[in-house]
Design a protein around this ligand. Sequence first.
Ligand SMILES: [Zn+2]
Length: 290
Amino acid sequence: MNTKIKTFIITAGLFFGTASAVFSQDRPAVQSLCDKPMEMMDSIPLMDMLLNESDILPAEDLYDNWSNDRVRFNAVLPDSFRVDLRGFTMPTTNTKITDVFGYRPRRRRTHNGIDVKVQKGDTIYAAFDGKVRITSYQRRGYGHYIVIRHNNGIETVYAHLSKKLVVQDQVVKSGQPIGLGGNTGRSTGSHLHFETLLMGKNINPELMFDFTSQRVTGDFYTYRKGVYQEYDKKTGKIVESAEKLYHKVRRGETLSVIARKCGVSVNTLYKLNKMNSRTVIRPGQMIRYR
Ligand SMILES: [Zn+2]
């Protein structure tokens, strides 16, 4: 090889190598400008870069795989995540809630969603823009059900449907009819069982959707890890407290043993579980200790 060409290749390599290093060093500097007042950002290319960054859909940032099988899955959730609720559609125009989200000590299981009374054949709508991840049938559970992954990062489940109007991997718009209400699966009386999830973990739908008033709780909802959140309908605010924690009773354990293990007093257990000194606990039972 001619020495002149060789020198050119080396120089070019050095140049491009240095250029990309400078570019990657620049990126944090660009991001830090976000915190500074608007007048600081006077260059058009910079504004374009910032706008392009916000073009990335939250869902693309959160999830790195797409699977058509499981509704819930294990993933490491961010410490906090802001869900954009603008552009919502209420999944049903019905307003009567027949069951709320939460743990049921008597049945020793969690009700992962909210139940809203619907008539068989009532139209069920996609809550936000997104893509249908699952359409399936569970004879003893959800019946006919649909799971949608939305662009804003959350996933929604619509269960006990009489008919599905969408297919797996279909892109849907907020408000698009996706199914008809029904009574399929483990259900007594036609109703919509509706769930909201973030990265495979259930979140109380009432933190985002108020079926009674047919509105969302605000333009945004912020999920916070390790925090128990409740929507206060009176004030229209989300109230936060320490997350509720439960202990599963093992054979031979008494309330005082559990209290010691969980680092709380027996009285706390009495209060949280509406129990007293005469209450008999059984192995497998869930005892709330915080
Ligand atoms: Zn339900």
